[in-house]
Design a protein around this ligand. Structure first.
Ligand code: NAP
Length: 340
């Protein structure tokens, strides 16, 4: 029998607009049940903190399953097996799973997501970032929808973030001219100087529209959509005929009340007089192809073709802060919480 106690972060109220720290509560001393046959107990080491969790905190959501009051906030994690009653896993194995904002997690035999981490000399946290959901969203959005080619002008929003940074670098590898959009001069310098984009435009600048037009004098062939709202409206005015718009996310709208489905960027782009190919996607639709994306991304990172950055907070009590900070852009690259 285990003597360990769990700590979990649960939802205590549905956020009204911007998420507040007291929408969550940290519960300590939560009893961990004894393992049954086929189960493993995992101690989480790294938590992925994601903007796409925000819509799930609302009471009703059109596109995703809401998280009920009192429940642990869901999310991807990596950790170490500490007890096992499943012959496929041994204490000490590092695993990836969907265990959420908590220290310990019991995975059952039915847990389809649970898997051992691949061997790599890179830090294990990459499996929550550029070789996790963020990298895969960039990979499939670019390779399966946008299909950038040499000579294309590709614009990527939230370009300094986890998905955007990888998406832009994939387009560069395909020979495209790549323009990022990010909040502030420091992020824009990072996007150009460190990630190798051709240009980056600060959407918070008063002359954003003028700067974007100057950065894309021949229009835009691909727009990788991460943010929606005002940024999309300006980008839309520069789209060339036949443009492709993979709609990955809509982060500027996540704190707004209302029907996200109806007001999503794919509907906005579809309503334009010369509508581009705008396709909303969820990365899980390519679940069976994850081995392909993971191998490609891992190789590209190991060879230095794709660079990445992480913003790391330490301790479970920092999770609500790390989450709210995503919506004011305090992160560079993948937002993570490390548990010690
Ligand atoms: P991220 O880009 O690392 O972090 C979020 C960034 O969004 C912030 O750093 C901030 O950057 C920007 N932002 C926040 N509020 C904004 C606003 N009001 N207007 C414009 N930009 C704003 O997060 P991520 O995990 O990589 O996610 C990026 C997008 O991909 C999100 O929309 C997410 O939901 C989506 N996503 C979709 C899938 C899928 O399967 N479709 C999978 C993963 C992620 P600045 O400082 O530059 O403003």
């Amino acid at each position: 029998m285990t003597l360990r106690m769990n700590q979990t972060i649960v939802l205590v109220k549905h956020p009204q607009g911007a998420v507040q720290l007291d929408d969550f509560e940290l519960l300590r001393d939560v009893e961990i049940p004894e393992l049954k046959d086929g189960e493993v107990l995992v101690e989480n080491k790294w938590l992925s903190i994601d903007p796409y969790t925000r819509p799930r905190l609302d009471k009703e959501t059109p596109m995703v399953e809401p998280i009920p009051i009192g429940s642990v906030i869901q999310g991807e994690t990596i950790g170490v097996i500490v007890e096992s009653r499943n012959p496929q896993f041994t204490p000490g194995d590092w695993v990836f799973m969907l265990s959420g904002w908590q220290r310990y997690y019991i995975a059952t035999k039915q847990d389809m997501i649970l898997r051992k981490l691949s061997e790599t000399t890179l830090p294990k946290s990459i499996f929550l970032g550029p070789v996790g959901t963020a990298g895969r969203a960039a990979y499939f959005g670019m390779q399966r929808i946008a299909k950038p080619q040499s000579g294309d002008v590709v614009v990527v929003s939230a370009a300094a973030g986890a998905v955007g940074s990888v998406a832009g670098q994939i387009a560069k590898m395909a020979g495209a001219y790549v323009v990022g959009i990010a909040g502030g001069a420091t992020k824009c310098s990072y996007v150009v100087d460190e990630l190798g984009f051709d240009a980056c435009v600060d959407y918070k600048a008063a002359d954003f529209k003028k700067q974007l037009r100057r950065a894309c004098p021949e229009g835009i062939d691909v727009y990788f959509e991460n943010v929606g709202g005002r940024v999309s409206m300006f980008v839309a005015q520069l789209l060339n005929d036949g443009a492709r718009v993979p709609v990955c996310g809509n982060v500027s709208q996540y704190n707004q009340p209302g029907d996200m489905g109806a007001s999503g960027p794919e509907n906005f782009f579809a309503s334009l007089p010369s509508a581009p190919l705008a396709r909303f996607f969820l990365v899980t639709q390519w679940f069976k192809d994850y081995p392909e994306s993971d191998e490609w991304l891992l190789k590209a990172i190991e060879s230095g073709q794709i660079k990445y950055r992480e913003t790391v907070y330490t301790g479970l009590e920092q999770v609500p802060q790390a989450f709210t900070d995503l919506f004011v852009g305090r992160n560079f690259g993948k937002q993570l919480v490390k548990l010690e």
